[in-house]
Design a protein around this ligand. Structure first.
Ligand code: RIB
Ligand code: CA
Length: 323
């Protein structure tokens, strides 16, 4: 059984990732920690609680985290991707539970300290909580089993600028801080998440098998699929589907051999026109500038067996009743 804490900004694809974490028999979801990103942290925290209700898991703790980036101002929420409520404008009911009385960073530090070496930290939003946690407890990387991050891009173009992916540009200082520390860190970025497309046919199967949770996943994905279908059409892909960003980081936990990685010290550009760009030293040449020196290797996924990831996602959800 793999114990995980999921740091998240729900977010429609975050809800898909939470569904996988709840449904997979080898994953134990210890808690959700929330961060701003797809909406304000007030909204993403409410969504985290409501999504857990939709999946019949109201007992899973939710710890509210950062409402703004470490240094820069917060960008406007991407309501054209996730809706103004972060869930495709579904007007969902109020959650049954409340967030716990502990910050996201403290929840992460305490959980890792109580069970050293056993917890995988999976971060699928801006990295603000993780940066705050490691600044507060620099021994955190030695206490977690691994850090798996959805964010960044290496060969692919960015999704919010030509070079930047959304989670990294939302707090580039936090991402750069995180990569200064010696975790076993894996980055599941756009190079692989854009390859795996979750389509209406897949979501129909989930809707048919997963009761109210399936209906919720179908309903919430309408807005997101509308957005992605028009974006994909501009690249010549004509199908009703969305990129499987956040869920890919979860599927990685149970299909590690299906992802190919390159490695090297990582930096994230803090500002300027390349703000949020992942700058990986994969060649380790004796370069002119020293900014990558004394940083540990970060592993960045550059290829994936997309069919396997998609099938694993659909099979895992449809095998689970969510009641
Ligand atoms: O770039 C994709 C990421 O940005 C995902 O985590 C998605 O939820 C959005 O926050
Ligand atoms: Ca997310």
């Amino acid at each position: 059984m793999q114990k995980i804490i999921l740091d998240t900004d729900p977010g429609i694809d975050d809800a898909q990732a939470i569904a996988f974490a709840v449904a997979h028999p080898d994953i134990e979801l210890l808690g959700l920690t929330t961060v701003f990103g797809n909406a304000s942290v007030e909204i993403t925290t409410r969504n985290a609680l409501t999504v857990l209700d939709q999946f019949s898991q109201p007992q899973i703790p939710v710890a509210k985290g950062a409402g703004k980036p470490i240094q820069q101002s917060r960008f406007p929420s991407p309501d054209f991707v996730h809706g103004s409520d972060g869930m495709g404008n579904l007007n969902l009911p109020s959650p049954k539970a409340q967030a716990v009385d502990e910050s996201a960073a403290d929840f992460i530090i305490r959980s890792a300290s109580e069970s050293p070496g056993t917890i995988s930290l999976v971060a699928v939003g801006p990295l603000t909580n993780i940066a705050e946690a490691v600044k507060k407890d620099p021994s955190l990387p030695s206490k977690v089993k691994e850090l798996v991050i959805m964010g960044g891009t290496f060969n692919e173009a960015g999704n919010v600028t030509p070079v930047a992916e959304a989670n990294f540009i939302n707090d580039p200082h936090a991402a750069d801080e995180v990569f200064a520390h010696d975790w076993p860190a894996k980055v599941i970025g756009l190079d692989v998440t854009l390859q795996t497309r979750l389509g209406d046919e897949d979501l129909l199967k989930i809707k048919e098998k997963c009761n109210a949770a399936g209906q919720f996943l179908w309903d919430s994905s309408r807005f997101y699929i509308d957005f992605y279908s028009s974006r994909f059409a501009r690249s010549g892909i004509h199908e009703r589907s969305c990129a499987m960003h956040d869920a890919s980081a979860l599927v990685y936990l149970v299909a590690r051999h299906k992802f190919d990685f390159i490695a090297g010290p990582a930096r994230v550009v803090p500002d300027g026109f390349a703000q949020g760009q992942l700058a990986l030293d994969s060649k380790k040449e004796p370069y002119l500038l020293p900014h990558w020196e004394s940083r540990p290797d970060t592993h960045v996924a550059i290829n994936v067996d997309a069919n396997h990831v998609l099938q694993t996602f659909v099979d895992t959800l449809t095998a689970h009743s969510f009641t």
